[in-house]
Design a protein. Structure first.
Length: 129
């Protein structure tokens, strides 16, 4: 009986193994042929592994809130070009340009981001792919 449970546990472990591997996709979930530019106000900034996330709210043509998520490379790489956990904060205005999500959600792999002072922030995107 113990062998049966051990075999079952082994099969379950092998079945679960590909999930974490596919979870770290980098820019694979984004369409390189569909680049968008979106302006909005930062609602949250997460300087965490594996990817830095910028949540921001754009406005529709009718002035309604339109939430977006922007994804960047790792904090380690961004730290090398000057980013910190305080680079962006809620309320900051940003303009983001990048590849939109293949699934149609309001998500973008950020290739360029203009910060609240109107100046582009370095993204280290040349080495992300």
């Amino acid at each position: 009986m113990a062998r049966k449970w051990l075999a079952l546990a082994g099969v379950a472990a092998l079945a679960a193994w590909p999930a974490p591997l596919s979870a770290h996709h980098g820019a694979a979930a984004y369409d390189p042929d569909h680049v968008v530019t979106v302006s909005g106000t930062v609602t949250d900034f997460q300087f965490n592994n594996p990817h830095v996330l910028v949540f921001f709210e754009a406005k529709t043509d009718k002035g309604e809130a339109d939430p977006w998520q922007g994804e960047l490379t790792s904090p380690n790489r961004l730290g090398r070009v000057g980013w910190t956990k305080r680079t962006l904060k809620p309320g900051d205005s940003v303009t983001v340009t990048g590849m939109s999500a293949k699934n149609g959600k309001h998500s973008v792999w950020i290739q360029k981001i203009v910060g609240p002072d109107g100046q582009p922030l370095p993204t280290a995107s040349d080495t992300d792919r």
